[in-house]
Design a protein around this ligand. Sequence first.
Ligand SMILES: N[C@@H](CCC(=O)N[C@@H](CS)C(=O)NCC(=O)O)C(=O)O
Length: 206
Amino acid sequence: MLRIWGRLSSINVQKVVWCALELGCEFERIDAAGEFGLVDTPEYGRLNPNRKVPVIEDDGFVLWESNAIVRYLCAKHAGKGLMPQALATRADCDRWMDWQGIEFSPALRDAFWQLIRTPAPQRQMALIEQSIRRSEAMVAILDEALAGKDYLVGASFTMADIPAGCTVHRWLGLPIDRIRRPNVDKWYERIMNRPAAQKVLTLPLK
Ligand SMILES: N[C@@H](CCC(=O)N[C@@H](CS)C(=O)NCC(=O)O)C(=O)O
């Protein structure tokens, strides 16, 4: 059976659990990292030398890096259609997944950490403001890409919607003023109505 290591408050674990639920995979999830610790044990270090979550074990195959895991699961369950088979369409999915990890998530990181995980007296306003500015620029890119479209790639939900969806969920959960992004709002509502998303993304940010 598929085993997923990681606490559900982690955005990177959320991607993997959301994906596994979409695909109808049977899995067990073991809380690790954050308040659950475990990642510093020698056993965990053998699973993931980065000592981060998520990690999956799938019939003896061990994989870390959340977006690689999402791709692996979608390829393994290709019949579910979350990984498009046409080369250009699949590359389009890859583009949005890489963009989430390399551009969008780092832009949002300081605002999230400062506003959600740092006590108010210790918050650094300059970091927060810079991160909000950078994130707005990312969400503007997403809003333009979603004009006239129901999903990020093609006409149906794909693996591309999962990492971006988790990051937008964080963005919209921050206690800040944001520029209205009508296309992102409609897409977010659409993907959040999916039963799998409801099981993963309804917890308060922490
Ligand atoms: N690039 C990695 C990043 C993994 C990562 O940074 N995980 C964080 C949680 S989101 C972690 O394990 N932090 C250590 C901790 O929470 O104790 C991925 O996408 O899987």
